[in-house]
Design a protein around this ligand. Structure first.
Ligand code: CDP
Length: 205
């Protein structure tokens, strides 16, 4: 049986932590679809054509530990506006979503384009300031030398590019549940997501 949870939202809203927590709680597989765009973006930094990079992408490239830098995030959001890049990544995401045992995918267009038939759709958001502060603390803990102002500017720039592009723009699906985590701890947001999913799961008896 397949069961898909789609979790979308802007940069650093808490999608990753909520998705991992949901996957661990229900025993679902988890795909962070941002890594696909980050891996393509990383390849373009050494001059590779983005469309070719998207077609040549292999799952093991997603395992590389160096994809979560601000530079690669910017490169990712630039390749993500190209509709041919997005199209090359659709099949992989859809087959992941329909695997046996349940799957959670987080990104920008999962509930709208990749899995419009997902059983549960969440749109996780928070104010740009709260999100930038979370990302700043994350980068700081990894020893990255950035200022709060740089992180906020990066988050705002990517949000604008992601929301304004014509190919699969970031937006909540009409039937998505909105989860604003500005005044909510990530633990509380996860607990909320778990209850929502529990209510949508088919009865096992
Ligand atoms: O972790 P964070 O929320 O900062 O970013 P991410 O989820 O790793 O995504 C990096 C970039 O990939 C985003 O800014 C989007 O431009 C793009 N992306 C996308 O277009 N569609 C997705 N389903 C996931 C990511």
């Amino acid at each position: 049986m397949s069961f898909t949870v789609a979790i979308d939202g802007p940069a650093a809203a808490g999608k990753g932590t909520i998705s991992k927590g949901v996957a661990a709680h229900f025993g679902f597989a988890h795909l962070d679809t941002g890594l696909l765009y980050r891996a393509v973006g990383r390849r373009t930094l050494d001059g590779t054509d983005p469309i070719e990079a998207a077609h040549a992408l292999t799952p093991d490239e997603l395992e590389r530990g160096d994809l979560r830098t601000a530079k690669i995030a910017q490169a990712a959001s630039k390749v993500a506006v190209i509709s041919e890049v997005r199209a090359a990544l659709v099949d992989f995401q859809r087959s992941f979503a329909r695997r046996e045992g349940g799957a959670v995918l987080d990104g920008r267009d999962i509930g709208t384009v990749i899995c419009p038939e997902a059983e549960v759709k969440l749109f996780v958001t928070a104010s740009a300031e709260v999100r930038a502060e979370r990302r700043y603390l994350e980068l700081n803990a990894k020893g990255t030398d950035v200022t709060r102002e740089q992180v906020l500017a990066d988050v705002r720039e990517r949000d604008a590019r992601d929301a304004e592009r014509s190919a699969a723009p970031m937006k909540p699906a009409a039937d998505a549940v909105l989860l604003d985590t500005s005044d909510l701890s990530i633990e509380a947001a996860l607990a909320h997501a778990i209850v929502l999913i529990e209510n949508k799961r088919p009865a096992t008896h």
